[in-house]
Design a binder for this molecule. Structure first.
Ligand code: ADP
Ligand code: MG
Length: 454
């Protein structure tokens, strides 16, 4: 940086792109503040940390303004929106039905990079064979920073024009397709209830985000879905805008006091066919209290089995631990969905989860299988993400969904509005990817119906 505050770095001055041969992670790259870049990978929609002009103010604070103070002012600062930066943003009107949301939808200006629709290719249904333990040298740490093998490496750094900047009409069309205003059954319903436990003992890998968005996507497309929030932090309840303050009947009452699930499940406002069993902070004590309860590992399984209504899907959002709450989820489920963040350390600790799943299968729930792996927070600017994806696909094969969830700022903004990204910005790449993942899950379910747990 020069004394007068100017930078020589072309990424800061906007004078040019980056070197394609540079193997270093570009996580900290900023999109040029003085004009649009010709390099699509550093455009605003692909760079989470920098606030876009149309990014809403959340709780009076614009999120993630991580540009150092000594950098030139952002476009946002130069072109104020007319609302003081510290003014509270008006909360969006609650969505009332997916038809209302579709009617309300206005694609954000600036072209969020919604991908071109892709039909998932028919593929073999994953078998129920136990997942082998990961080899001791996984993750292949040495390989992550190294140059990829030229014969297998497919760069995602040069997206096609359509992927990067879809016409607004296409984005709007995609939004309507995702919101499905007609309410028709456009994702096939399984013959029997699929109880899916969304687990990974690592925190922050996208368990809750995945639970909420898959549940909303399936419900918008005609499936009856129940979300059981099993994390005392109650993030899934927040994401679905379901009250979960102290005193609200919650999953703790079901586990400890045997209250029927139907008495605590709440309909999710604005999303037909979707219900949520919330978690309050009371659940934090359940891990200890369960120790002395009869049949402590199968309390949730019994509660779900006793639910009088029929669901197509029950998603259980697990806490980031392998304690009794997660064991309850594994005993209640037939399938485990493991979200894996496309980051370094992604596979570390997975061995422990797989071992626990194998133990639960041997002793408590013989039907349990790891049916689905979903790659989350994929950052196409980094080779690390490609390397992690390759490792995961090599190890788990066709259990890994073809759909990969990109890192997308709309996904992380949605919960602060009490919404999923499917309704918050249905034209965004995040919504599109979760929609594709839900579609794949639904199609796999009808190719090989999973036997009912109860
Ligand atoms: P977990 O439930 O595994 O702890 P979360 O779903 O709460 O993980 O995600 C952790 C954080 O990452 C949250 O702040 C969430 O908004 C954010 N996040 C999740 N998925 C994405 C994504 N695809 N793009 C951007 N941010 C994401
Ligand atoms: Mg969570």
């Amino acid at each position: 940086m020069h004394d007068d505050g100017r930078y020589d770095d072309p990424r800061v001055t906007g004078a040019g792109g980056r070197s394609s041969g540079d193997p270093v992670s570009r996580e900290t790259e900023r999109w040029p503040v003085n004009g649009d870049s010709s390099d699509p990978s550093v455009r605003p929609e692909n760079c989470d940390p920098v606030v876009r002009r149309d990014t809403p103010v959340v709780g009076g604070v614009r999120p993630t303004s991580s540009v150092p103070a000594n950098l030139p002012p952002t476009r946002e600062a130069q072109e104020p929106t007319g609302r003081p930066a510290n003014a509270a943003a008006p909360r969006p009107l609650p969505v009332r039905g997916n038809a209302a949301a579709a009617a309300r939808y206005e694609p954000p200006t600036g072209g969020m990079g919604a991908a071109v629709p892709q039909q998932p290719s028919p593929r073999a249904v994953p078998d129920a064979t136990p997942v082998p333990a990961l080899p001791s040298d996984t993750p292949s740490v040495a390989g992550y920073g190294a140059e990829p093998d030229a014969s297998t490496y497919v760069s995602r750094e040069t997206p096609t024009r359509e992927e990067d900047d879809p016409p607004l009409a296409m984005e709007a069309m995609r939004a309507v397709q995702i919101l499905n205003p007609s309410g028709e059954v456009t994702m096939p319903r399984p013959e029997r209830t699929r109880v899916m436990c969304v687990a990974n003992q690592k925190g922050g890998v996208g368990k809750t985000t995945t639970t909420v968005n898959l549940a909303v996507a399936l419900a918008l497309h005609g499936n009856r879905v129940l979300v059981v929030d099993l994390d005392p932090q109650g993030n899934a309840s927040t994401g679905l805008n379901v009250p979960h303050h102290t005193g609200v009947p919650d999953v703790y009452d079901c586990l400890i006091d045997s209250v029927p699930l139907a008495e605590v499940a709440q309909a999710v406002e604005g999303i037909p066919n979707l219900w949520c069993v919330p978690a309050t902070i009371d659940l934090a004590g359940a891990e200890i209290e369960l120790v002395s309860v009869v049949a402590r590992e199968s309390r949730l399984a019994r509660a779900i089995a006793a639910y009088p209504g029929h669901f197509d899907y029950v998603f259980i959002d697990c806490p980031p631990s392998l304690g009794l709450l997660t064991v309850n989820a594994l005993v209640a489920a037939q399938e485990v969905l493991i979200p894996i963040q496309c980051e370094y350390y992604a596979l570390e600790g997975l061995n422990q989860l797989i071992n626990n799943i194998n133990l639960v299968r041997q002793h408590l729930n013989p039907q349990l299988e790891v049916s689905t792996i979903l790659l989350t927070m994929y950052d196409r600017r980094t080779r690390l993400a490609d390397a992690v994806e390759q490792d995961v696909r090599n190890h788990f094969g066709d259990k890994v969904l073809q759909a990969v969830i990109p890192r997308n700022v709309r996904v992380s903004e949605a919960p602060s509005y009490g919404q999923s990204v499917m309704t918050y910005d249905p034209g965004s790449r995040g919504a599109t990817s979760y929609f594709e993942a839900a579609q794949e899950i639904a199609e796999r379910g009808v190719k090989e119906p999973v036997s009912r747990n109860a």
